[in-house]
Design a protein around this ligand. Structure first.
Ligand code: V47
Length: 360
């Protein structure tokens, strides 16, 4: 029979846990015990080291043809607040980021109804022309599928074009919750969970790394979360292309789902989700606490719940903040280092591909 001690034995032996065991951990009332197991699994892999990077987000447009019920960021072209940056505005942001020591530009945006494929290639080339050293982590699997349709190319051909223009890796957005009954209520127009995974498989086969997210704390059940992680674990077994798992805590303001589903995920749920992610996803090297959505204090505490990555400086965050995130827009390198140090851990600045740049 499943028990905390039978799961503990497996974790200490470095064995994989089952879906039922992951569900048991989600339902377990002993948060500290689950956290300790996650910390054990993390310590074995990463010791005391905690990664962060110096990055900047650029969201080139919020105009989107999809209407996801959890999203406060999107606008239709004629709505107040709709925007589209031109290449000059994008270049200025990249210049600023480079001057501030950024190693990564994270680019995602809405599915704009009428930009040509060339715009996306030009955008990548523009950022890359600021410095060839900048790593471009750009476009979710959802955007890749959209761009391939726009370009009239296969996903593999689309990726090859984007790679040629400077694409370095992919962020993990658009995964939401894969289970079809939940997904159809969250984002009926978005590509299916199966398609998200199939695009990511092609991304990995093209030699690009990517991240993986899960949007939690809304209408999904624990079983839906385990189902989501199972699909990620299976794909990771095949490709090894995911660098990190990032559970995203649902923010409730200015979106229809938030009005339906309050109060949203609390600190206990967030810590447990990160911890179960660490224990269940034994083939993921890194688990990220995205401080923007979690809050700084929860993100810091998460370092004792299996987390070894705090994301980065971010600088200009719109998706979470439009939906009510109460965190600052940016954190300085020194602030992140202090957050990690005062948790008793060793801050390590990384690049996007998890190469170590500097130990603090
Ligand atoms: O796919 C949208 C989520 C994602 C809300 O790969 C929301 O390193 C919470 O994926 N509440 C985009 N979340 C952000 C993302 C990301 C962020 C940071 C790092 C990385 C990475 C990826 O944001 C979307 C969606 O799941 N999102 N609305 C909301 N109301």
């Amino acid at each position: 029979m499943t028990s905390l001690s039978s799961i503990s034995e497996k974790v200490h032996a470095g064995e994989r846990i089952t879906d039922e065991e992951a569900l048991f951990l989600f339902e377990c009332r002993d948060l500290i015990a689950v956290g300790e197991l996650a910390a054990t699994a993390n310590r074995r892999r990463n010791g005391d080291r905690v990664f962060f990077n110096v990055n900047r987000h650029i969201n080139h447009t919020n105009i989107c043809v999809n209407r996801c019920s959890f999203c406060a960021f999107y606008r239709t072209a004629d709505q107040p607040g709709a925007y589209l940056y031109d290449l000059e505005e994008i270049r200025n942001r990249a210049l600023e980021a480079h001057a501030q020591g950024a190693t990564e530009i994270h680019i995602v945006g809405g599915l704009h109804p009428d930009l040509p494929f060339d715009f996306y290639l030009e955008m990548l080339r523009t950022v890359k022309s600021v410095s060839p050293e900048l790593h471009l982590k750009a476009f979710t699997a959802v955007e890749i599928e959209y761009l391939s349709k726009l370009a009239g190319l296969s996903v593999a051909e689309t990726l090859a074009e984007l790679k040629g223009a400077g694409l370095g890796s992919l962020p993990g957005g658009g995964a939401e919750i894969f289970a079809p009954d939940v997904r159809s209520r969250l984002c009926p127009e978005k590509i299916s969970g199966e398609r998200w995974l199939a695009v990511m498989e092609e991304v990995h086969r093209a030699g690009l790394k990517s991240n993986a997210t899960m949007l939690f704390g809304h209408i999904e059940s624990y079983a839906d979360r385990v189902d989501h992680m199972r699909r990620l674990r299976e794909l990771q077994d095949r490709t090894g292309g995911f660098q990190v798992f990032i559970p995203l805590a649902f923010q409730m303001e200015n979106n229809p789902l938030g009005h339906l589903k309050r109060p949203g995920p609390g600190g206990v749920d967030a810590l447990k989700t990160l911890a179960v992610g660490r224990i269940y996803l034994d083939n993921f090297a890194n688990i990220k606490a995205y401080w923007v959505m979690l809050g700084l204090k929860t993100a810091q505490v998460a370092l004792s719940f299996g987390v070894n990555d705090l994301d980065g400086t971010v600088v200009e965050e719109k998706i979470g903040h439009d939906a009510g995130a109460a965190t600052p827009q940016t954190m300085g390198r020194d602030e992140i280092v202090t957050l990690i140090r005062t948790a008793g851990r060793v801050p390590v600045e990384r690049d996007t591909l998890y190469n170590e740049l500097r130990v603090y």
